[in-house]
Design a protein around this ligand. Sequence first.
Ligand SMILES: [Zn+2]
Length: 253
Amino acid sequence: MKITFLGTGTSQGIPIIGSDHPVCKSANPKDKRLRVSVLIEWKGFNYVIDCGPDFRYQMLRSGCDKIDAILFTHEHSDHVMGLDDIRPFYFKQGNISIYAHQRVLKALKKRFDYIFAIKNKYPGAPSLNVHRIKNKPFQLNEETVVPIKGMHANLKVFGFRFHDFAYLTDMKSVSEKEIEKLKGVKILVVNTLRVEPHHSHFNLEEALEFIEKVKPEKAYLTHISHLLGFHDDVEASLPDHVSLAYDGLEITI
Ligand SMILES: [Zn+2]
């Protein structure tokens, strides 16, 4: 299984438009973060988690030329607004499979009504194979994927476990019961917004506590704000088994 971090930034990305913050002005490529997403290449299939506003550029940059499914964590704009840009894949492959909770599907239908239209559909609009998922394991090309439910303030969001790899973003709390589903995972990705507390995201301290509960072999932090600091400074301060993810980072399990 190969994982490529397509984006590791929080909702506005880094740099933020018009910002004079030193992290936004940094020349280090690792301080430039598109909106969060990962590409999972597994047994000949390509899966993408979330499809935010940077999706088009992320696909070009990663060289991804086929998508077998998009899994959605939740419906916030930084996770869904690239859905129209599945068109090149749709033209080549036909309907694109998406997996999401019913509530997320409802939000997608509202925002992208033309994609879901049945009558008089615009000829250039893409079409989907829609898979509604609940908080229980589901099959993806004969492999089992386990959703992990967490709370993003008062919104339920899904993380996903693919065998030895788990990806969680936009979490503020995860129950002990859900943490049980992560036991034995080798690589854990989890959101870390900044140092100061935030009402809907783990800060650095909460993310490190969460990692201590799950005890993966290695953890990567994502959904990062400029307020967390410069990549190299934060990386140097972390325990050995924890690293900051950065755009373009590839890991193989
Ligand atoms: Zn987000």
